[in-house]
Design a protein around this ligand. Structure first.
Ligand code: GLU
Length: 468
């Protein structure tokens, strides 16, 4: 039997990191079993789906390494309406489902019995299909439904606690529970690996597999991802879109490595692990049963480590979107013609060791490419206190006479300005740094001055002097 797994996102928003994790888990599972990964877009909720969300999901999947062309599909659930209807008709024809005209309110009023939800009121009324009748699946009254789950073992559900659930609406269209099963059957899916939030659906869905005469898949329900307050990650509260992490400057390699560490650890006390090794080592059945904490601070540090491991040219190329702007990343504040790649390459190694996300590159290097630095007012207020004018004047005088314009003599000259005033280098440096870069933190100052050149350095000191 060929293993066939699927990832089945609903295009109702950006690509959630939990979805990305599910996709990667399925992807790895297929790889490890010489199987097939199928992408199915569950686009049947017309009121919530938008084509651009579908494109966003496909693009984000490409980015994280599940590339179009390397998997089967995408199939679109909306193209399988005929199969869904046929399955509903068949279940009705075989007496496995019946029509029900109870209103939601009536169902709620009567919901006092031991079966939560619907009480089976219409089970034996023999209603025909009609404009106001939904189709309900007749769940067994006895016995148990046992799920074979890679993560959870054998979750067992008492059938008497499963309500007769709706499988098709009054307009004949299938609801999620049925459409999802019919598609999995149509697509020959053998393993369903998905988020634990679907576990309550699973006994119902397994009953549908049985009723449709097909051996149910092996399931794998993966614990949810939570934030620092142990709340389930939600798009209203937390940053959950993979695209948002991408556009902030997280590397794809960071994201996929980090997502796989949620609830699982590679061998040898390592965290940064090449993807090829994760693909070989990852075991879905080793996943922790506890919710996994999505630690943004740790992710940030992790990304910094990944950035530092790049070669200089790799670093330059991953920075390019922030140096140029893209559809989703704003253009930098300098005019394109002012950008000088040789200046950038000269200072890039200094930035590479300091930034944690790539978007930060802009404020580290912008002062090289702007006519005047962008002044951060808080930095200015802190640095330009009493004595700043004197320091700037003395520095300008020392710098203009410097025989060699390079980092070491620049530092010595500024140190001498400080010594003459009983100041440490840090204090002496502060107003100069803000005059040159506009900010109180950034690249090493003297290396930056060396690259910026004497004329521009002196002009900036003079401008700051004028602003004081
Ligand atoms: N479209 C469903 C979701 O996004 C798919 C659930 C499943 O994987 O079966 O939650």
């Amino acid at each position: 039997m060929t293993v066939r797994v699927r990832f089945a996102p609903s295009p109702t928003g950006m690509f959630h990191v939990g979805g990305a994790r599910s996709a990667l888990q399925n992807w790895i599972f297929a790889k490890q079993h010489n199987g097939v990964f199928v992408l199915r877009v569950e686009d049947t909720d017309a009121s919530r789906n938008r084509p651009e969300w579908t494109e966003g999901i496909l693009a984000a999947m490409d980015w994280i390494g599940i590339e179009r062309g390397a998997y089967e599909g995408p199939y679109y659930q909306s193209s399988y309406a005929a199969e869904h209807t046929a399955a509903a008709t068949r279940l009705y024809g075989e007496g496995r489902a019946y029509y029900c005209d109870c209103t939601r309110e009536a169902v709620a009023l009567r919901a006092t019995g031991k079966t939560p939800g619907y009480d089976g009121f219409c089970r034996d009324r023999g209603l025909p299909p009609g404009e106001k009748t939904a189709l309900r699946f007749r769940t067994p009254d006895q016995g148990e439904t046992v799920i074979n789950d890679l993560v959870r073992g054998e979750p067992t559900f008492k059938n008497e606690l499963l309500e007769d659930f709706v499988i098709a609406r009054s307009d004949g269209s299938a609801v999620f529970l049925l459409a999802n099963v019919v598609d999995d059957i149509t697509m020959g899916i053998t393993h369903v690996i998905r988020g634990e939030e679907h576990l309550p659906n699973t006994p119902k869905q397994q009953l549908l597999w049985d009723a449709l005469g097909v051996k149910p898949p092996v399931w794998g329900h993966v614990p949810v991802i939570v934030n620092e307050k142990r709340q389930k990650l939600s798009k209203r509260r937390d940053k959950v879109a993979l695209e948002a992490y991408r556009d902030e400057g997280y590397l794809a390699a960071t994201m996929r490595n980090y997502l796989m560490l949620l609830g699982w650890a590679p061998s040898g006390d390592r965290e940064i692990v090449p993807w090829s090794e994760i693909e070989a080592e990852y075991r879905i059945d080793e996943i922790s049963h506890a919710p996994a904490f999505f630690d943004v601070k740790k992710l940030r540090a992790f990304n910094g480590d990944y950035i530092r491991a790049l070669t200089a040219s790799e670093f330059a190329s991953v920075c390019a979107p922030w140096l140029n702007g893209t559809d989703t990343i704003p253009a930098p504040p300098w005019a394109p013609a002012s950008f000088d790649i040789s200046v950038f390459m000269a200072v890039a190694p200094l930035a590479q060791t300091r930034i944690a996300v790539l978007s930060e590159i802009v404020e580290y290097v912008d002062f090289f490419f702007l006519d005047e630095p962008t002044i951060d007012e808080a930095s200015w207020a802190k640095a330009m206190k009493d004595g700043a004018a004197d320091i700037l004047d003395a520095t300008a005088a020392a710098f203009s006479e410097l025989p060699e314009w390079s980092a070491e003599p620049l530092k010595e000259a500024l140190e001498a300005v400080g010594v003459a005033r009983g100041l440490k280098l840090g204090k002496t440096q502060a107003p100069v740094r803000v005059a040159i870069t506009g900010r109180s933190v950034g690249l090493p100052l003297f290396e930056s001055l060396e690259v910026l050149g004497r004329d521009r350095t002196l002009a900036r000191i003079a401008a700051a002097r004028g602003r004081l």
